[in-house]
Ligand binder design. Sequence first.
Ligand code: ARG
Length: 564
Amino acid sequence: MNLTDTIKSAFGKTFPEADFSFVKVVPATDPKFGDYQCNDALKLAKRFGKNPREIAAMVAANIDSSLKVEIAGPGFLNLTVSPEWLDEELAKISSNAALGIPQSGKGKKIVIDYSSPNAAKQMHIGHIRSTVIGNAIDRIFRALGYDVIADNHLGDWGTQFGILIKGYRECLSQEERDNLSVPNLEKCYVLSAAKAKEDEAWKDDCRKELVKLQQGDEANLALWKKFIEISINEFNRMYDKLGVKFDTYRGESYYNDTMPGIVEKLIEMGLAVESEGAMIVNLEEEKLGVAIVRKSDGGYNYTTSDLACVKMRVEEYDPERIIYVTDARQQLHFKQWFNIAAKMGINAKLVHVPFGLMSFQGKAISTREGNLIKLDELLSEAQRRSLAIVMSRRTTNGDSGAPEPSPEDLALSRSLGYGAVKYTDLSHDPITDIDFSWDKALALEGNSGPYLQYAYARVCSLLEKAGEVPEGDFAVTTPSEKRLALQLLEFPGAVVRAAEAYKPSVLADYLFQTAQLYSSFYQNSPILKSEDDVKNARLRLCKLFGEILAKGLNILGIETPRHI
Ligand code: ARG
């Protein structure tokens, strides 16, 4: 029985008539108050007209004797676990394939919509957040046993394609057309858009190309397909580097045919009304302004495509939840259409996870400013910098100068460099703005990806040196062992809390704290030099720490090389 259940049953024995479902046991804030605490006796005091310390004492009298209980302050229950209890719990999680993570999502479906870049453009550093945070949330829910459908809702439809088609035919050389790439597409977009600005006839042609595309003109459709294919290939190159996989790539275009029906339904329900030639849904009463669902030129927009999309997702997958990961500037958009979807009777739980901006060493990065740092460049730079660190740690033989990096060195530098970039993102609460700095991201000490990756490699090399660790108990005795052991038991809880809050940072914080406790355990407790019994018990703790660290980092999408 876990501690919360033990204490709940003591509450139940003491006050059979009370509702005690809120009772919770949490780790003690300070080891001098014991190992865990329960502060809920206070909540019952009023109801039973008793002093809270008295209530706490009554509950304490019913707590199983394997726990040492102390009543503190106004009526806190401070709990100290026995070595046997600790041993049993450690054995339980170390023998469990999921390391104790509850499989509470079994049989439940979730759709998660993330990354979702716009076609014909290179991904820039702003996209990294949706991709990295979204992928970590995806992995967190999978770890909890959910059936997750990761859907990349590409921006693959809209006015930009008229501009692109015209630009492709008139602004690119034959050679560029033959070797079409995303940078070429970007260039042709910029040139064609600039012309459209100063030349009405050009602008009109772009509009005509768009209409032709929308009406299914073969040549334009073929070009559009080619642009999308090239874009997806380029995005996949980034996803491969980042270890990100999607189950589907249904872009906005996928919902094209169902958008008119959405607007009709909204009109039928009396939700959409005409205003200056456009169809709008008025949400002023809910203080959410006005959402346009059909523009005055007959075109549909972002709100309509999200409504069409959610309807199909619900019909096809019947998910219990749909999670959207986008930057915080889209908050109003999501509030608006979540509200409309509820009125239309969509009953899946819809969750928007907004994230803040990432600036780069003090410089803001905004999609409207141009000259954005490309994701590809950022990742190459991360690898280059971490390769320099890897090579500086290799011993050079005599006068042969700097050694050539081996394929292993290169692979390692990718793991460390990409890990550093990802961890920077994931260790912050998504909603906060981040100022990215290479020094912090790549620091070998402090709260960084490489720090945790090194901690893992170190424990691996210790275990390799030690050889086979025989089965047996953990025999936790010293304070630093106990601190680490209690922390390891919190791993499943950290994964659950990260999911509940949609914040991978909860798990990242947990892993960092765990690594710090491990390091103080390691400094205070001789391992390989100890007597066999002590040595083996400590090695078991080290092994469990290594497994938890690796699993936690993998849930965040960060690689864990065994040798660094
Ligand atoms: N393409 C959008 C962008 O780049 C993100 C789409 C997010 N998903 C959605 N269903 N609206 O900002």
